[in-house]
Design a protein. Structure first.
Length: 221
């Protein structure tokens, strides 16, 4: 008796939206690895498994793909909205922890975003500035204003709020660059929660005023 042959199940054809999302996902990986100038539409089409002609039905040019990727990243940059009510209440640890976790988790979920930011700046892409203004500068301005307010309230010691804001974001960004750009992942096996807790503690212990009668060495408020 001959073995029964099970007919192969035909793969489902992707919808236009699904194919477009696939193209952007694969293109982001390539742009993140090779930059805009180092990636061709042929590379993207091959990675997706379609012809260049099919690719052009979704995006008329490499520039259009790159613009769509950065636009998509900017549109998903709802970083500060959940933090604002917590900041209004003056919960320092919750504010800085939420910001740190959002940054860490966004890059852990999509490491190409960090490379895209760096490449877009280094290559002078026209969307580098609006991307920076919407995500990076807005975050720094928010932190600068928050630190200045908490300093005026006597919670933080007298420090330059702009430099303090850069110091906090710099710790997180440096961690992500070393891990995802230089590839030293094995040196940082901690979870995003553990990383955030460490950096937030270092930062807050450095900027808080010591309570009356307490040792400055503790740095805790």
């Amino acid at each position: 008796m001959e073995p029964t042959t099970v007919p192969a199940t035909p793969s489902r054809r992707l919808s236009a939206d699904e194919r477009r999302a696939q193209i952007l996902r694969e293109a982001a990986q390539l742009f993140g690895s090779h930059g805009f100038n180092g990636t061709t539409t042929r590379d993207v089409a091959a990675q997706v498994g379609i012809t260049e002609a099919a690719l052009y039905r979704y995006f008329p040019s490499k520039e259009a793909m790159y613009t769509a990727i950065l636009d998509e990243r900017m549109a998903s940059a709802a970083l500060l909205e959940p933090v604002e009510p917590i900041a209004a209440a003056g919960d320092d640890r919750a504010v800085f922890t939420m910001l740190a976790l959002t940054l860490l988790r966004s890059v852990e979920a999509d490491p190409s975003i960090l490379r895209l930011i760096l490449y877009s700046a280094l290559e002078g892409h026209e969307l580098a500035r609006p991307f920076q203004e919407k995500r990076i500068l807005r975050l720094r301005e928010f932190l600068t204003a928050y630190i200045a307010r908490r300093t005026a309230e006597g919670v933080f010691r007298a420090i330059d709020p702009k430099l303090a804001a850069r110091a906090f974001t710099g710790m997180i960004v440096d961690h992500l660059i070393v891990k995802h750009v230089f590839g030293q992942r094995e040196q940082y096996p901690q979870s995003p929660e553990e990383v955030a807790e460490t950096y937030v503690s270092i930062f807050l212990d450095g900027v808080r005023n010591a309570p009356a009668g307490a040792s400055r060495r503790s740095g805790r408020g």
